[in-house]
Design a protein around this ligand. Structure first.
Ligand code: ADP
Ligand code: MG
Length: 245
C-alpha cells in the first residue's frame, strides 16, 4: 500500500560525543499511519522522537515533514513544534496555570487565536479527553492520568499534523494507563498520524499499522504488528519480546 508520506527520515545520523545514537535511520510515516516504536532502554527511541521535533539537532541526513525539511530556527521552528505535537512521559504542564489555560496558551501565542476562540476550542478538547469538568483546576489537583490527558489536549489544540508520544503511560499508576491509551486509540481511529514509543504491547497490537524495533541506535525491524509479534525476524527482537511478554 502506497501512502502519502508525512514524515521521512533519510540516512539520519546523530552522535552524543562518541555515542552513535542514531545510525543511518530510514523511516517513513504515512499520513494517518500509527507507528509504534519499541526497543530496549537506551536504544535511541526518545532521541528519534526529539529529532523529529527538532529538539535534538542531527549530524547528517534529512528529515522531511510533509515534503519539507525541518526549519532551523525562528518562527518556522515554533510553527514546526506546533505541527508536531509531543507528549512526554512526564506531563510537563505549567503548574501555575489552570487546565484551561494550559490548553489555551499555545493557541494564543503560536497559532495567534483570540483568547475566546482558544478557550472555546480548549473546552471542546477537554470534553473529548473526558475532562470537561476539570477546566478550572490546577495540574497538581489532577491524577497523573488526567494530567496526561490534559497534555494530549494541549498538543491537539495546536492542530498538529502528527502526534509523537514518548512513553506516555510509563509514569502512570496501572489503573490510569488505560484511560490514556483509550484517548490515543480514539485519536488513531480518527486518522491522526502518530508515532508512539511505548512498552504497551496490547496497544501496539491493536492500534499500530507498523511496529518499528530499535536496538543500539538502529532500526532493526519495521513490520506489521502481526508479523512482528508472531514471527520477529531478528534475534534482538526475539530476545526483547521474550523479556517483556
Ligand atoms: P531510549 O529512549 O530508547 O531509552 P534515548 O534516546 O533516551 O534512548 O538515549 C539513547 C542513548 O543516548 C542512551 O545511551 C542515552 O544515555 C544517550 N543520551 C540521551 N540523551 C543524551 C544527552 N543529552 N547527552 C548524552 N547522551 C545522551
Ligand atoms: Mg526514552
Amino acid at each position: 500500500m502506497a501512502v502519502d508520506p508525512l514524515i521521512e527520515l533519510r540516512d539520519v545520523n546523530k552522535y552524543f560525543g562518541d555515542l552513535h545514537v542514531l545510525q543511518d535511520i530510514q523511516l517513513t510515516v504515512g499520513k494517518g499511519e500509527v507507528v509504534v516504536v519499541i526497543g530496549p532502554s537506551g536504544s535511541g527511541k526518545s532521541t528519534l522522537c526529539r529529532a523529529i521535533n527538532r529538539l535534538e539537532p542531527i549530524h547528517s541526513g534529512t528529515i522531511l515533514l510533509d515534503g519539507r525539511p525541518l526549519p532551523e530556527e525562528g518562527k518556522a521552528l515554533a510553527a514546526l513544534r506546533a505541527d508536531v505535537g509531543m507528549v512526554f512521559q512526564s506531563f510537563n504542564l505549567f503548574a501555575h496555570r489552570t487546565v484551561l489555560q494550559n490548553v489555551s496558551l499555545g493557541q494564543v501565542k503560536v497559532r495567534k487565536r483570540k483568547k475566546e476562540d482558544a478557550d472555546k476550542r480548549s473546552r471542546q478538547l477537554l470534553d473529548r479527553v473526558g475532562l470537561a469538568d476539570q477546566a478550572d483546576k490546577y495540574p497538581a489537583q489532577l491524577s497523573g492520568g488526567q494530567q496526561q490527558r490534559v497534555a494530549i489536549a494541549r498538543a491537539l489544540a495546536m492542530e498538529p499534523k502528527v502526534m509523537l508520544f514518548d512513553e506516555p503511560t510509563s509514569a502512570l499508576d496501572p489503573e490510569m494507563i488505560n484511560e490514556v491509551l483509550e484517548v490515543m486509540r480514539q485519536l488513531a481511529s480518527e486518522g491522526m498520524t502518530m508515532v508512539v514509543v511505548t512498552h504497551e504491547m496490547g496497544f501496539a497490537r491493536s492500534a499500530a499499522n507498523r511496529v518499528v524495533f530499535m536496538s543500539d541506535g538502529r532500526i532493526v525491524e519495521d513490520r506489521s504488528p502481526d508479523e512482528f509479534f508472531t514471527n520477529p525476524a531478528s534475534d534482538r527482537a526475539r530476545d526483547f519480546l521474550s523479556k517483556i511478554l
